[in-house]
Design a protein around this ligand. Structure first.
Ligand code: PBG
Length: 412
């Protein structure tokens, strides 16, 4: 009732102002509002419009263009004398209400799509990561608590990243396969408490390297095959601790095949490989390296990670990883590389993962802290766009928070 009287009052004003020469209401406002959910749910921003628009400009001191008149009218008039674009296909019909939009929606993101990366350290307290507000390096007990909270929200897959004390770092990264290393203990804790969770591990030497590189260094070069030898030991040790998925992020050539063979030879035929297939030498990893204190000791990672300028190269990596036995292929970073996600999706039937990396997280956080972006909306949009681009799986520091939002809003 209240709504109707507002409409009528507003209509009266509009009617006077436009002095319509034809009946103003050729459709009832009730019907109109029923198809425009913005109008029924939001504040009434404007009243009804006389759709003939006759006389609209009659009080102007100049001659306004009338698109419906002249020898070549741009617009027509329908049987009710309303201005009319004779357009049959109107894509807006499929967007006209939340229910219709929901019916035709192509992609939805659910907590089951997420992999939640967790930073861990040997301390018995959490430490904030200044360049990643809201993310912390967890003590092992707090990590387990975080896992439990995410698990209850439907996020069941995790990937672990350790901050390793300097005194344990060596060029050969030996600590990477210590069966009592922090990652190994963390895997056991999670699998014991949540046997149905999926625990992923990072296979690369950088957190354990005194050189700050993903591989073994000799004379300033990163050795491919020697590194793979170490990675095989690391992957097998993680599988022995209970890892469900190993994720080589090192970008050495041939590592997926070697790790597959090493796992199989040790009886771990069920342990999956999530290959960092197209991992770019990106400036977006800065906050992650802050979190783990794993900035390269010298140079950069451009001799093993891909050149951001290249797209086709990702297809070479994808073909190799698939042939070598990868179960899932990852693109990293995410947002600036949506084209690569799509190209991999079109090129392979394997599931594709996208890593929404630390720098992307930091950018959104910083803009939201300034009040420049609306965090929930921008995050859920971003994650949905990963799916649209072709990602089946999304690694994101927002996993738990997004799952909470999805639940709160009843989106899934
Ligand atoms: C290292 C590794 C990196 C990330 C995941 N694994 C950093 C790097 O390659 O230097 C980055 C993740 C992120 O930025 O969120 N093997």
């Amino acid at each position: 009732m209240k709504f109707a009287s507002v409409i009528l009052a507003t209509f009266a004003g509009v009617a006077c102002a436009f002095a319509p020469s034809t009946p103003a209401f050729s459709r009832s406002s009730a019907l109109y509002s029923a198809v425009e959910d913005e109008v029924t749910t939001g504040p009434v921003a404007a009243g009804s419009i006389d759709r003939s628009l006759s006389g609209t400009d009659s009080s102007l001191s100049y001659d306004a263009f009338d698109p419906t008149s002249g020898d070549s009218p741009a617009l027509k008039r329908n049987n009710a004398d309303e201005v009319w674009v004779s357009q049959r296909a109107r894509p807006r019909r499929n967007r006209k209400s939340a229910a219709v939009r929901g019916m035709v929606r192509e992609n939805i993101v659910t907590p089951a799509n997420f992999i939640y990366p967790l930073f861990i350290h040997e301390e018995d307290f959490n430490t904030e990561i200044p360049s990643m507000p809201g993310c912390e390096r967890h003590s092992l007990p707090n990590m387990l608590k975080e896992v439990g909270e995410a698990y209850d929200l439907g996020v069941k897959t995790f990937v672990l990243f350790p901050k390793v004390p300097d005194e344990l770092k060596t060029n050969l990264g030996v600590e990477a396969y210590n069966p009592d290393g922090i990652v190994h203990r963390a895997i056991r804790m999670i699998k014991e408490a949540y046997p149905d969770s999926v625990v992923c591990t990072d296979v690369a030497l950088d957190p354990y390297s005194d050189q700050g590189h993903d591989g073994v260094v000799e004379d300033g070069k990163i050795l491919n095959d020697v590194t793979i030898n170490q990675l095989c030991k690391q992957a097998v040790s993680q599988a022995r601790a209970g890892a469900d998925v190993v994720a080589p992020s090192d970008m050495m050539d041939g590592r997926v095949g070697a790790i597959r063979d090493a796992l199989d030879a040790e009886g771990f035929t069920d342990v999956s490989i999530l290959a960092y297939t197209a991992k770019y030498a990106s400036a977006y990893y800065g906050p992650f390296r802050d979190a783990l204190d794993s900035h390269p000791g010298f140079g950069d990672k451009k001799t093993y990670q891909q050149d951001p300028a290249n797209g086709r190269e990702a297809l070479i990596e994808a073909a190799l990883d698939a042939a070598e036995g990868a179960d899932m292929l990852m693109v990293k970073p995410g947002m600036p590389y949506l084209d690569i996600i799509r190209r991999l999706k079109d090129a392979t039937p394997l599931p594709v993962a996208a890593y929404h990396v630390s720098g992307e997280y930091a950018m959104i956080k910083a803009a939201c802290e300034k009040g420049w972006l609306e965090e929930k909306d921008v995050v859920l949009e971003t994650l949905t766009c990963f799916k649209r681009a072709g990602a089946d799986i999304i690694l994101t520091y927002y996993a738990k928070q997004a799952a909470q939002w999805i639940k709160d809003d009843g989106l899934y």
